[in-house]
Design a protein around this ligand. Structure first.
Ligand code: F58
Length: 830
């Protein structure tokens, strides 16, 4: 059947080209009411906001499903090279607003609901975040899915459907406590359960030899089987009919019954044991720093990898009867090393099960896999103890050893007897705990290794993976991260969106971000400036209301809203920010009346979660609260300074806070932030940056110019020398003074804060807070000065937005498509 026939048939069946759901307000209303009555099963004469939200989401979901079906039909017909994006984490946030915007039917829904007596925004607030990830890496995956769909790439995302997402942070007496995020409690309208799409995933057991057709083969006899069930999440593109799929796997007891235990008569125990299978996809690991080599974590990785690879090979085999075209049809991207077992799994399937022979299988593997690393810290590199790997995945361990053996042979040929080099590069690390280095494995097997910013790339080449770069310089590339302007401007900042479209005379920038540069011409235009400030004011009002509801603190809209929101880490230096606030407080306290009148009022906002086991990060959160308590209640300070800690930072909170910020801080010690993506969201929203020259900030400087932001601190190249100076590094007196205030118990909790103070004094200041403090204060003073001149400030703000084009994930994805994956758009024509 040709495409034309298919379309003719569809038109005849439904009398429509657009599919059969109509989007006029009356049809939408009927639809919503239908879902109230039959899906939510509430009376159409009586339902509350949450039930209305559920019905509304189901009505949107129907429209998503239509496009998603059409897209996949079309992909199937065209059989283009597909990209499979494997990630253990996706931070999707909320779906409703984003979906109606990408589907282009928001206004229609607003009308339809208005006539029913509901407000779209109020219903949208009923939704909870899907938080299946920790931080930057996970949100990046979500932004990239949006771009893949929008740019019509034939892509699939694969991940894990955790029952519990990232913990909820609650604050009790200023201390962080973690609560489970049982996000599926009230159902999830954005997923489609596919009970019929399921695969058996095996663990443990032994490896045996088998002879077949005169050759010896290894056969893995597994000891445990768990079922992986697919849950599909449609991802709509903007301005296109394409909607791609994010397939998340949930663990269920295997359909293959363990007859043995049933026959022993212990029926109850046998059933209870079966339920243990579900543990695998129960909970997301909340540590965003290091790996602990836990069995459950490895199980999660292999579970998701095995199901995804089975699914991918099944789809390929549906239309191909040999593997000749495998490398022309499939690109597999692994998001950091967490899914890197996929490489070994493909090798195992092709070699052990498909009997392609080692060389052929290896050739295929090396052509299809590419990987991106998101870290610069050595402790961020994943290592798996050999014993653990050998017990859970015995055959995989053998294959890893075989790959490593051949790799070591290659090294010997190339570098002779340079044993220390061999030891550094080996996939297997000898040591107290013999381990598999997942990054080395990934570099050896992938055709491309990508960094996430230029600075990161330089560090990979010269430090982290230097030996590998010397061996294979062409394997290494970088793609500077980007974020999607659909979520980070259109969804989260509708007022700014309207102003931009008005001044550019088009909405085309939503798909083509380069057009934002057109705003540069009007950066000094008084009318645009006035509208720009009005937008900021509206957003600051929303944020101020939120702050008041949370904390009871009333903040002044005339103050500069100075924001730092991200995971709490020593290297991200929230402590530098808090010490700066203490300094500001200290100064205000000692001022006379005439000096006080010159102070630019500030609302300092900090938000972020600490990994549950990260003691120092938790102390930083407590310090924020202790300082806030003192400052916010000091009548002598009033509106000149407020400190607000926003609890439970997540994607939705970011959508509210970013548009309402004047200034945002990205002050990691240079050389530690691989890229950073929060800064890009602030930039798009016209917030000025106060930042170190780290990660992608270096590229932001190139786009908007150093004089449109507030730069501070040592550069990447200066950091090693400063560290070498240890205790003799120059530290300003103000720094000594503010740390002393904390130590002496000025904010209470004297003993508790002692170990926190120890991390920045006595030659132990690894992240160089003391060394950068003077420069930090200067940058803050420059920000104050600029804020007084509102014309100047607004101009800088407009130039920030207009210079943010390079930081769209659309650009990043185009680069990956061309330079790494070799895929082309495949646009659904109807
Ligand atoms: C982040 N990494 C980088 N890892 O820190 C950040 O600079 C970068 O912008 C971002 O990736 C996107 O490239 C990150 O978020 C994690 O959260 C891992 C989760 C699993 C455990 C180890 C950390």
């Amino acid at each position: 059947e040709s495409l034309g026939d298919h379309r003719a048939k569809a038109e005849k069946m439904f009398g429509l080209m657009d599919g059969f759901l109509k989007n006029d307000p009356v049809s939408l209303q009927k639809d919503i009411v239908y879902h109230v009555e039959y899906t939510v099963a509430r009376s159409r004469f009586s339902f509350d906001d949450f039930e209305a939200y559920q019905a509304l989401s189901h009505s949107v979901r129907d429209r998503l499903i239509e496009r998603w079906h059409d897209t996949h039909q079309y992909f199937k017909k065209k059989d283009p090279k597909r990209l499979y994006f494997l990630s253990l984490e996706f931070l999707m946030g909320c779906s409703l607003s984003n979906s109606v915007i990408n589907l282009g039917i928001r206004d229609q829904y607003v009308d339809a609901l208005g006539q029913l007596g509901f407000e779209f925004e109020v219903l949208a607030e009923q939704e909870g975040d899907a938080a299946l990830g920790n931080g930057g890496l996970a949100r990046l995956s979500a932004c990239q899915m949006d771009s893949l769909a929008t740019l019509d790439f034939p892509a699939w995302g694969y991940g894990l459907r955790y029952q519990y997402g990232l913990f909820r942070q609650i604050i009790v007496d200023g201390f962080q406590h973690e609560q489970p995020d049982y996000w599926l409690n009230f159902g999830n309208p954005w997923e489609i359960e596919r009970v019929q799409v399921s695969y058996a995933v095996k663990f443990y057991g032994t490896v045996e030899e088998e002879v077949s057709n005169g050759s010896n083969y290894k056969v893995w006899i597994p000891g445990e089987t768990v079922e992986a069930v697919a849950y599909d999440n449609p991802i709509p593109g903007y301005g296109t009919r394409n909607a791609i799929n994010l397939r998340l796997w949930a663990a269920k007891p295997s359909g293959q019954y363990d007859l043995e235990s049933y026959n022993t008569g212990d029926y109850i125990n046998a059933v209870v044991n079966r339920q243990k299978a579900e543990i695998i996809s129960n909970v997301l690991y909340p540590d965003d720093r290091s790996y602990q080599g836990k069995e459950l974590r490895l199980k999660q990785q292999y579970f998701f990898v095995s199901a995804s690879i089975q699914d991918i090979i099944r789809r390929f085999k549906d239309v191909h009867d040999n593997f000749d075209e495998f490398t022309e049809k499939i690109a597999l991207q692994i998001n950091d090393t967490h899914p890197s077992l996929a490489i070994i799994e493909v090798m195992r399937v092709l070699f052990d099960e498909e009997h392609l022979g080692w060389d052929k299988a290896w050739d295929i593997v090396c052509k299809i896999f590419s990987f991106t690393t998101h870290t610069v810290q050595p402790e961020g590199l994943e290592k798996i103890p050999v014993d653990l790997m050998g017990s859970l995945l015995p055959r995989h361990l053998q294959i890893i050893y075989d790959i490593n053996y051949k790799f070591m042979e290659e090294l010997k040929k190339k570098f002779g007897q340079d044993y220390s080099r061999h030891a550094r590069m080996s996939i297997v690390e000898e040591g107290a705990v013999k381990s598999i280095r997942m990054a080395n494995l990934s570099i050896v097997c992938c055709h491309k290794v990508n960094g996430v910013s230029r600075v990161h790339f330089e560090l990979l080449k010269t430090r982290v993976f230097k030996d590998f770069y010397d061996l294979w310089p062409l394997k290494f590339q970088y793609k500077t991260n980007g974020v999607t302007q659909r979520r980070w401007i259109v969804v989260s900042n509708p007022s700014l969106c309207a102003v931009i479209s008005k001044w550019l005379g088009t909405e085309a920038w939503v798909r083509n971000i380069d057009l934002l540069a057109g705003l540069r011409d009007y950066a000094s235009d008084a009318d645009l400036q006035q509208e720009w400030r009005m937008v900021k004011k509206i957003n600051k009002m929303r944020l101020a209301e939120y702050i008041e509801t949370l904390s009871g603190v009333k903040v002044s809209l005339d103050a500069m809203f100075d924001v730092q929101i991200k995971r709490i880490h020593e290297y991200k230096r929230q402590l530098l920010n808090v010490l700066g606030i203490i300094h500001r407080y200290d100064c205000i306290k000692s001022m006379n009346e005439s000096d006080r009148r010159k102070v630019v009022p500030r609302v300092c906002i900090i938000g972020g979660k600490a990994a549950p086991g990260y003691e120092i990060a938790k102390k930083i959160i407590k310090l924020c609260h202790a300082v806030a308590e003192k400052v916010n209640n000091d009548p002598g300070v009033g509106d000149l300074l407020k400190l607000i800690f926003i609890p439970d930072y997540n994607v939705s909170v970011a959508e509210l806070v970013i548009p309402g910020s004047d200034l945002s801080q990205h002050v990691s010690t240079a050389g530690h932030e691989a890229s950073g993506t929060g800064s890009m969201k602030f930039l798009m929203n016209g917030c000025l940056l106060l930042a170190t020259a780290d990660g992608s900030t270096v590229e932001i400087i190139e786009e908007i110019g150093a004089d449109n932001m507030f730069l501070l601190g040592a550069r990447v190249s200066e950091v090693p020398a400063l560290r070498d100076q240890g205790a003799s590094v120059r530290v300003p007196l103000q720094f000594v003074r503010v740390v002393r205030m904390v130590r002496d118990g000025y904010f209470g909790f004297k003993d508790y804060f002692e170990s926190l103070c120890d991390t920045v004094e006595n030659g132990k200041d690894f992240y160089l807070l003391g060394a950068d403090f003077a420069s930090y204060l200067e940058a803050q003073a420059a920000a104050d000065l600029a804020f007084v001149n509102q014309e100047k400030w607004t101009r800088m703000s407009i130039l920030s937005t207009s210079g943010s084009g390079r930081f769209s994930s659309d650009r990043t994805i185009e680069e990956y498509a061309e330079q790494t994956w070799g895929i082309e758009p495949c646009k659904c024509p109807f």
